[in-house]
Design a protein around this ligand. Structure first.
Ligand code: MN
Length: 709
């Protein structure tokens, strides 16, 4: 086939016309994807997948026109489909320019609210490059006018079906390619931009529709009797607070620091004679810190987002993905920011990654957060970021100019990112006085370097809390979200932490799931607690310290400072650890069982021991089960605890955080800035080399912030 022949096929046959508009649409999509979307495409393979992603739907949709007999209508339908595809793409581009996110079905249905939220007029979001959206239509129109395109009279149903098949095949192929590059993409989504990156706008929209439909199906079968069962369960297993601790830190600010991938074994560990985390170690045994040494993470596939969910709501993540991304846009939450709002608290999250990651943009509104300081609020020089966002020292240093304007008391969450696999750290950020391990596993060697860096960042932040006086009226909660080193590394890691690789067992792996949990407050007396607990228990623990009762809430955790603490923990995979037994997996007596104190395998149990083990295991498995029913059926929307005002997510707009806070300063203000009669940013000292000649990043808010995405 020569070029003349191809050209004539393209211009004179219906199938040729579909191929023509598909090529033009795909080109348009590719240009837009590079110009407007920040998809984070890294390797060549991902570029190729992105290029091919618009083809399938364009063919499939336009093929509908092939089934129509009358040529004018047939061509008209094909063009209309092309136009619809373009309109969807265009709407996404406009929305993305404002919100750095893609249009979900839910957003489209609420289109009135969205245009309000656009802030800027839609016109100002237009760009000259948008000419591309109509360029292909102009080309086609000109071809028609010049009689270059000739309508094919004949209709062929078999050809029409074949084109549909080709369209479907292209979509399937695209999904397959996406799966090779990003396994479990659609089942375990943590960011809408990943779905778009690999499958294009159309597949994303369909996927979102199916997901929404499944969710509403589940909701329709929701059952009040199930809700009652759950209430009975959490009520029966409620653990009363201790009078000794209740309200000890009442009305204080809360700063909660999420230590990324930080495991308990790092605490007090020495490498080459030096402590990995000297600052955290001193805090761990500090005279105002209550620390826990048998505290476990309980995350599943949702990892960081699961940890956040448990801490905010005291319900578990879901068994097959991330609750934040699967349910977070629609579910009703009764979480920390909204609970504390009833007691006059404002709330914020500080996190230097894009706001859409783990669907945080949506979830935080549903949790009731006033402010969300995401990537656009931080400096953005090339070496300010690493892997998953702003480097930790910069995160803390550059947050003060916002934090000091929060009305007190506040609840502020910091999510660190530098200590994230693969634990890369620039040479300039390494401490010349700290030498890491020399194992043949680079991940392990790196892990200690980034953990050490995180520790230094925390020290700088605490120094500021002390200098500014904030420490006096603030309770600081520190926790590790989940493991950093995993199964494949334990053999190499064992000798580093004084263990024997040859006798490494499932029990040792379970023990490695310990993460730090510390509460610092000047009304607290330092102690290290040994009772067993996990992330699910944090919310009732800190609420009780703040003097907030939790009995009326549906929470699956129990106060770790209770006079009679629960003293067991269940992992998301069903593994249970109690004082006496470590039960691997969710099979109860049929599981491998170890003695928790010694790590020795248990082969014989007395009748009494069996009964004790079964009872704990049943309660543990039930709490996972009931939590899953509660969340997947969104049952909290039927339950309003006494004194709780449900969240109105539409009142939050994370585009203008800073100016919203500044406006409040002009009235009576309880912010640190107002109390201090001026800024406290000058009190922040960091040795971060990135900021050496750019101190203004700490003291001054970027005047261009309003225009940033
Ligand atoms: Mn994490």
């Amino acid at each position: 086939m020569n070029w003349q022949k191809i050209k004539s096929q393209l211009l004179t046959t219906r199938v040729g016309f579909i191929i023509l508009i598909t090529i033009l649409f795909s080109l348009k999509y590719i240009v837009v994807a590079y110009l407007d979307f920040n998809l984070g495409i890294s390797d060549p393979w991902q570029h190729i997948i992105m290029w091919t992603s618009p083809i399938g739907f364009s063919i499939l949709l336009s093929s509908l026109g092939l089934f129509i007999k009358r040529p004018k209508i047939s061509y008209g339908v094909m063009l209309l489909c092309d136009l619809l595809n373009t309109a969807l793409l265009f709407a996404n581009v406009i929305y993305y320019r404002q919100f750095t996110d893609f249009l979900t079905i839910k957003t489209m249905l609420n289109v009135g609210k969205v245009s309000q939220g656009l802030g800027k007029s839609a016109m100002s979001l237009l760009d000259t490059s948008d000419i591309i959206f109509i360029l292909d239509f102009i080309i086609i129109l000109l071809l028609f006018l010049a009689h270059k395109i000739k309508l094919q009279e004949k209709k062929s149903n078999s050809l029409a079906s074949l084109m549909c098949m080709i369209g479907l095949f292209s979509i399937t192929l695209n999904l397959f390619l996406a799966e090779t590059s990003r396994p479990r993409l659609l089942r375990n989504t943590f960011d809408r931009s990943y779905v778009v990156k690999y499958t294009g706008i159309n597949t994303f929209t369909i996927y979102d529709a199916i997901k929404g439909f499944n969710t509403s199906e589940a909701n329709n079968t929701a059952n009040m009797s199930e809700l009652n069962k759950i209430i009975n369960f959490t009520d029966k297993n409620y653990v009363p607070y201790s009078k000794k601790y209740f309200g000890k830190e009442a009305n204080k600010n809360v700063i909660i620091i999420h230590l990324e991938s930080f495991q308990q074994f790092l605490i007090n560990l020495k490498i080459n004679g030096k402590e990995v985390t000297p600052f955290l170690n001193s805090l761990y045994r500090g005279k105002h810190t209550i620390s826990f040494d048998n505290f476990y993470h309980q995350v599943g596939l949702g990892r960081t987002s699961d940890a956040e969910n448990m801490l905010e709501t005291s319900t578990f993540g879901i068994p097959d993905g991330s609750l934040f991304t699967s349910l977070g846009s629609n579910n009703t939450f009764e979480g920390t920011p909204q609970i504390l709002r009833q007691f006059g608290y404002t709330s914020a999250v500080f996190h230097g990654n894009t706001g859409t990651f783990w669907n945080r943009n949506d979830v935080y509104k549903n949790l009731g957060y006033n402010y969300f300081f995401d990537k656009k609020y931080w400096s953005n020089n090339a070496d300010d970021n690493l892997g998953y966002g702003i480097k930790d020292k910069l995160l803390f240093a550059e947050s003060i100019k916002y934090l000091e304007h929060m009305q007190q008391p506040f609840f502020a969450k910091y999510i660190t990112v530098t200590n994230h696999i693969p634990f890369d750290l620039d040479q300039e950020n390494r401490d010349p006085n700290f030498k890491t391990t020399d194992t043949d596993d680079k991940t392990i060697n790196n892990y200690f370097l980034t953990a050490h860096y995180l520790d230094q960042a925390l020290r700088e932040f605490f120094n500021y809390l002390n200098r500014s006086g904030l420490i006096k009226n603030t309770m600081v909660v520190i926790y590790g979200d989940h493991y950093g080193l995993s199964n494949s590394e334990y053999q190499t890691l064992a000798p580093v932490i004084g263990k024997d690789a040859s006798t490494w067992s499932e029990f040792d792996t379970a023990t490695m799931q310990k993460v730090p949990f510390m509460i610092y407050g000047q009304n607290l007396t330092g102690e290290i607690k040994h009772n067993i607990g996990g992330e699910i228990d944090v919310l009732p623990t800190i609420l009780h310290l703040l003097g907030v009762k939790t009995k009326d809430y549906i929470q699956f955790g129990a106060d770790l400072l209770a006079d009679k603490p629960r003293d067991w923990v269940v992992f998301r995979n069903g593994t249970v650890i109690s004082k006496n037994y470590t039960i691997i997996g969710d099979k109860g007596l049929k599981s491998d069982i170890y003695q928790t104190a010694t790590g020795k395998a248990i082969t014989y149990l007395t009748k009494k021991q069996k009964a004790e083990l079964t009872s704990i295991n049943n309660q543990a498995q039930k709490s996972l089960k009931y939590s899953d029913i509660l969340n997947t059926k969104n049952l909290l929307r039927y339950y309003v605890p006494k004194g709780f005002v449900p969240v109105d997510p539409t009142q939050f707009d994370y585009q203008n955080n800073y100016w919203e806070m500044i406006q409040l300063e002009s009235r009576y203000s309880s912010s640190l800035y107002a109390k201090n009669h001026g800024t406290t940013t000058k009190l922040y000292q960091t040795d971060a080399p990135e900021l050496k000649n750019r101190q203004s990043e700490i003291t001054t808010v970027d005047s261009d912030l309003k225009n940033k995405q």
